[in-house]
Design a protein around this ligand. Sequence first.
Ligand code: GLC
Length: 858
Amino acid sequence: MALSMMGCGSRIGALLASALGLSPCVAYASAPETATAAASAFHVLSTGIEWQHGPVVMRITVLRDDVVRVRIGRNGALPEDASWAALPAARRASVAVTGFSTADAAGFSTGAMKVSVARRDGGVTVTDRTGRVLLSDLDGAVLPDRRGAGFTITKAIPDDAHYFGLGDKFGPLDRLGRSFVMWNTDSYGYQEGQDPLYKDIPFFIGYTKGGYYGVFLDNSWRTSFDFGKARRGELTIGADGGPVDYYVLAGPDPGDVERAYAWLTGTPAMQPLWALGFQQSRWGYPTERDVRSVVARYRHDRIPLDAIWLDIDYQQHFRPFTVDPGTFPTFGRMVADFTAQRVHTVAITDLHIADLPNAGYAPYDSGMAQDRFVKTGAGQPYVAPVWPGPTLFPDFTQAATRAWWGTLYRQFYLEDGIAGFWNDMDEPAIFETPTKTMPLDNRHRIDEPGFASRVAFHREIHNLYGMQNHRATYEGLLALKPDERPFVMTRATYAGGQRYGVTWTGDNSSTWNHLRLTIPMLESLGLGGFTFSGADIGGFAGSASADLLTRWIEVATFTPIARDHSDEQSLPQEPWIGGRRHEDIRRRFIEARYRLLPYLYTVAEEAARTGLPMMRPLFLEFPEGLLDGTPLDLATGSQFMLGRALMVAAPPTPESPGPYSVILPAGGWYEYWTGRPVGGLRPLSLWGAGGLFITLKDTGPAAPHMVSITPRLDQLPVYVRAGSIIPRQPLVQSTGETPRGPLEIDVYPGANCQGSVYADDGHSFAFRQGVYSRVALSCTVEADHGVAVTIGRPEGSFQPWWRSYRVVVHGFDHAPHGIGGNGGNGTRPIPVAYDGAAGSAQFTVSADGAANTYRLRP
Ligand code: GLC
């Protein structure tokens, strides 16, 4: 075993000693290697390495080739091996490693990365298999915070670095040069740069030298991330307390980093199909009659709708789990009437239980009887004002409290037929308090398998509180209906909360800047696992102009969750507000979303299965980036991918009708709305990151290009990647309606041409038993410029609604003169229709369950 001493002059040595109340040169004076056992030492483990220096112990273990975990204890022992975010199976996983030792360092290699620990100060350097340095400590393994329980980790920022992620931060996608705090906060009307907001997702993706990697700090205390803002070239990660426990995910492909993060913290909960439909909400539908008239108007105006949301208006004195019989006199019948119109009802059920002794308020009575509430530092139930006035706060970190909470949904979920629930204010938000939340010394109890049972103070639980509220609702609904996918939306959460469902970006504003920044915000949530996210369409605070609402609906057509919601104080914001012209545009976009549902659902299922988000920054699909490898997103900001095939190019300054440039990454593109190959291509030239003017010399068809466009208000530019196949369906007014006609398969020929269509019953877990249908689709451009389309044999036992496929092949500048092939490689001709204006050829074939290849010959 190698022994070495930390130099007395090192920053970590001095700080460690001072934090421990020792003089550094007494405690850590250099000494011969053999002199004392209190010096630094390495212990080689079969799955990693341990470094020890006085009371500091650091263990680095390999969970799988591309995932390492670093844990540091500062009092002679490692922190408790427990986590609300990282799954037990992932934390238990391990692979054997090959160790090495040099004069300065010791470490190990896996198939995907190399980890080296400096003898001098425990500084960790992680490189990937190509030798690219992902992370390297500047000040040793960790610096204790001078205030006591906290710590700081400082890593070098390479010259070409960029950073993405951290959840609902409100600014540009790239986090470089900025700093962030993680402390879940009620942030009504937040604006650009305001921080912290509602969620704590301490996971980011780093970029350097053409590759990507991930870092996840599993610490629920107040934490901070500084990406070179305080000091250029230094990335600091700090916390007020709690464990030093972080994971490095090697990449270099950013999609692999996303999949590894999902392996570690869980995939997002698969949503019911209706969650992808259009949803209407408002704080300020004061009566049942108002809500009914909104639903009626949707159906009358033939605007598709899948869900109507009930905000706190329906409750008696804003008390959760009550209904005001004065304003909502036939609540159950109303929900049933909506169900009959194929509209799902979602109800808000905030966590704050009104402090109402002896009033027959069941949530209070049962919660008190079972001792289910958070306590003050002095041990009394903590009472503070929220919507109903004085309220109590369930102690969600106890499994028994979550089970009790779940029972509160019985009436709404089983009897009234409410389809989904909304957990708001769970930062937790508290009124009339400068901190907007509870005292930090409030007492929660951790009573949870895998954790030591103990009392924990609010400073540790705060950022977990919303996640455990969300979890309690999700698991409660599952207990009530074990075979239904719960739909639960939360405002606050922590990493891993994606396992319980949906979130949204909170109280945004009805401004153009909010619409603009919604794109990076939703992308960042998706990178952090929360792919099922939306922003209040039209903005929450303030009133949207007709133009703003129209543009917002256009963009939201292509975001995972599309819910129109607004504040009590704002003017009405439903799709018909602002006149017929606007309503027609908005309807057309909402209809486009419904026609696209087979694709949306296929992408959603991929996200729930693999962790790859639905809405993707360009770098996820085109990691090769620009010239020097710079992520493409730095040059656009308003372009995003929806799945692998679609690219939305929203106006970067959405209030302006002016022209702008769209970057078309290498490989060729079609226009979504016309199906025609994109014309007017220009060689790519732009201001790259770092202020360099980039002009691509390669102007061949395979190079990235630009187009300059000036979309009118009724147009949103959307492009399809050449080599894609997109399934679409006939228009319906709700996902509960069975589409009539064939499944449309739009083929956009190009290299590596592929797609798929996934379907299942849309609401149960039968897909886990194989009751689903997945059809692989592919195409090849043949030597004679013909196109062969292959529709695979369906996998799984589910029978989808379609009986035939209408195949539309784009990109023909004249009619293909025949088609050969059906039933494998047969030669039976099939009638083909050619649309010269669209440049597309189409034919309809039966979905007979066999694999078939069809050929269009020029
Ligand atoms: C919070 C929510 C908002 C909701 C309001 C009333 O501000 O973020 O969406 O409408 O409370 O419940």
